[in-house]
Design a protein around this ligand. Structure first.
Ligand code: BTN
Length: 327
């Protein structure tokens, strides 16, 4: 059941530039006009502004630019209706916060968003730069009833869906660098960190962590990032509505998760991966601890392993590791 603030906002958003009368809002929501006024005050305290004209009613005149739970929920698609959303101003890591919620038996599915992270983490123990700068720090948590062996394609499948979602929302052409990076024009725009817990031969839970550079200005980033990273707004050359984008991602991720659970995803990955695979036919070096394997990247196998064809024609199927590539 949606809360009153979300219902008010939905009505105001669908009215666009028109006014909505206090009576209408009260009728739709089933509360008194005084209660409507109280809810609007709450919305005002979160950065929403309303123009109020006697005899006409209210019109939304400003909304927060920053990530806002009510705004996300007001534009969520139906397939994401049962996703619980938690938003925080600051957390250590949204993945850690999701893990704590799971440990406290919070019902799934849920998503945690934060304006900043104080210990954002990336793959291979790296730090994920997580200032409060208009980027998205998010974690989606699920308890899938599937064998752990089936998880090997989870990150790739989610990455593919995230790529398609941001491409259509921002009108850009992002691609995937196996296994978890999303790039635009050769620069990283997003990273995925999937963390799962197992019980014997069952999956207990899984957290999909997504760090997405949305509206940050690369000029303000540390030197080492400027050369290798970009943001959606830089790639699209316009500011991105982070709340609508986040709602679109929630819908997409929920659908993708449902397809994954019933094993509907494999044939789609096979079909679509080649057009999103940034490494395809490139000379690559795969680093796995101290060892290194070089060859030509030839896509992925049915388990999501990267296929590398060595110069002697033999093929290596990499399940993990870090890839660097040359033209
Ligand atoms: C990578 O490219 O190495 C993966 C980066 C994943 C970063 C995201 S930000 C939200 C979530 N919380 C974290 O601490 N990490 C992930």
């Amino acid at each position: 059941m949606e809360n009153t603030e979300v219902l008010i906002l939905k009505e105001m958003l669908s009215a666009g530039d028109s006014f909505v009368s206090g009576n209408r809002l009260a009728d739709i929501i089933g509360v008194s006009r005084v209660a409507v006024w109280g809810q609007m005050e709450k919305l005002r305290s979160q950065g929403f502004e309303f123009e109020a004209v006697r005899s006409k009613g209210y019109r939304l005149s400003q909304r927060p630019n920053a990530l806002n739970r009510i705004l996300i929920e007001a534009v969520l698609t139906r397939n994401a209706e049962n996703l619980t959303i938690y938003t925080e101003d600051s957390v250590d890591s949204t993945n850690s916060e999701a893990e704590r919620l799971l440990a406290n038996n919070a019902p799934t599915p849920f998503a945690v968003f934060s304006l900043e992270q104080t210990s954002g983490r990336g793959r291979l123990g790296r730090e994920w730069h997580s200032q409060n700068n208009g980027n998205l720090y998010s974690s989606f948590a699920f308890r899938p009833k599937i064998l752990p062996s089936r998880l090997s394609t989870f990150t790739l499948w989610m990455g593919l869906n995230i790529c398609e979602c941001i491409n259509s929302f921002c009108r850009i052409e992002s691609k995937i660098k196996w296994p978890n990076d999303i790039l635009v024009s050769g620069k990283k725009v997003a990273g995925i960190l999937t963390e799962a817990r197992m019980d014997a031969d069952e999956t207990r839970d899984i957290v999909l962590g997504l760090g997405l550079n949305v509206n940050s200005q690369p000029d303000n980033w540390p030197e080492e990032l400027k050369m290798v990273a970009t943001s959606l707004s830089e790639a699209a050359r316009k500011p991105i509505d982070i709340n609508r984008l986040t709602a679109a991602l929630c819908g997409r991720i929920m659908t993708a998760y449902q397809q994954f659970v019933v094993d509907e995803h494999k044939s789609v990955i096979k079909e679509k991966w080649p057009s999103y695979d940034i490494l395809r036919n490139k000379t690559v070096n795969l680093h796995q601890g101290e060892s290194q394997i070089s060859g030509i990247a030839q896509g992925i196998d049915s388990n999501g392993s990267l296929i590398i064809e060595r110069s002697d024609g033999t093929r290596y199927q990499a399940r993990a590791g870090e890839v660097t590539s040359h033209k």
